[in-house]
Unconditional design. Structure first.
Length: 129
């Protein structure tokens, strides 16, 4: 907890020193604070934390094309992903006392989100629950 408070105070101090006429709260505080905390926990320098954050930004940007089911590539990814997850669980259920209904409804294997309706259509199209 002390680390969190110290890091938040240091981040706010940097913001106050660097910004005279306003700032973007996300870019100035919400992004650097978790990175600084992760760096401190892992024993990384601030430069390493910045590189870690830049790397995370690249991962987020790389995943952007599949964030929904608009493009053919995104639909192909999500179709393969949902079929793989359901078939894997179906295989495991063959030796367990859990039903596919439990996994789909109670545990949310096909979880809510922007592509859930697409997932449901894909599973119906291939004859999976």
């Amino acid at each position: 907890m002390l680390l969190l408070l110290f890091t938040a105070a240091a981040t706010l101090s940097t913001i106050a020193d660097d910004q005279d006429d306003g700032f973007d709260l996300i870019e100035a505080f919400a992004r650097p604070l978790p990175l600084a905390i992760i760096a401190a926990i892992l024993g990384l320098s601030i430069d390493d934390a910045t590189r870690l954050g830049d790397g995370a930004s690249h991962v987020v940007a790389a995943l952007e094309p599949i964030a929904n089911d608009v493009s053919p590539a995104a639909r192909a990814f999500h179709a393969g992903d949902v079929i793989d997850r359901v078939l894997e669980i179906e295989h495991h259920l063959a030796t367990a006392r859990v039903t596919m209904g439990d996994v789909l409804d109670t545990y949310g294997l096909v979880h809510d989100g922007p592509v859930k309706p697409f997932h449901d259509r894909v599973l119906a199209a291939v004859g999976l629950p």
